[in-house]
Ligand binder design. Sequence first.
Ligand code: CAA
Length: 259
Amino acid sequence: MSELLTTHPYNNDLRVALLQLNRPKVLNALTTDLLQEIVDELRRLDDLPEVRCIILTGNDKAFAAGADILKMSQSNPIEQLTDKRMRLWKEFAMISKPIIAAVNGFALGGGHELAMACDFVIAGDSAKFGQPEINIGTTPGAGGTQRLTRALGKSKAMMLALTGEMLSAMDAYECNLIARVVPAKTLLQECFEVAKKIADKSPIAVKLTKDSINKSQELSLSDGLEYERRNFYLSFASADQKEGMSAFLEKRAPEYKGN
Ligand code: CAA
């Protein structure tokens, strides 16, 4: 059976696709095969013109509780080095459409790294976030020291990763790790409402905005500002920019075609 369920469309809206991790017995522990399935599916959705936004979720108990510890316990450094996992994380980062992580329950270790690799996180109020690798004698290996530190600053990231403690959804929200906290029961509906707002925008402008914000994590401020300016100029090559500004001036809703 597939380890990933895809619902496309979500709520009869062709523009929003829902991907659900489907290994409930092991709290959606991430094997390389599951990561491969996620990336394959994201690439397929990235190529479908009607899809404007993607929601990645787990179940009520877990978004994902980390890399699969059973599989990892049998592995050695050379297997890790030659495993396609690191390439898959890079391919995940190359998806151009927005990906919202809809998190209920545990997002731990590689599961938390997966949530952080999405564009933003919306969580149910009982969600828990952490990097517990330290509890099993290892260290984060897919962004849990790098993305976490950029999000929280050194002090909080250090404390979380060194103690293996979990953050509640509200704590994660208050320290800017996640974008919004909602009642756990309405998580998907709330994510769908946000995804619909994104789907209503110009896909070109969405793609350029995602690209510019992601670059802010890599570049100096002056290089980032330059990069942003070029994406801004580029948006003026799109019919959507003309449509957006005309619609504003004509006091009507824009109709974006993604060109
Ligand atoms: N890998 C494999 N199996 C896992 C798992 C994981 N990461 N997390 C949970 N499971 C399995 C459990 O072994 C258990 O299986 P059985 O029913 O066969 O015993 C099942 O899922 C349910 O889990 P629990 O009984 O432990 O559930 P709980 O509610 O008591 O506890 C939990 C939940 C606190 C999340 C606990 O399961 C836990 O601590 N899990 C491990 C979390 C972790 O350490 N993640 C980091 C992994 S390392 C990593 O991620 C590195 C990287 O990417 C680079």
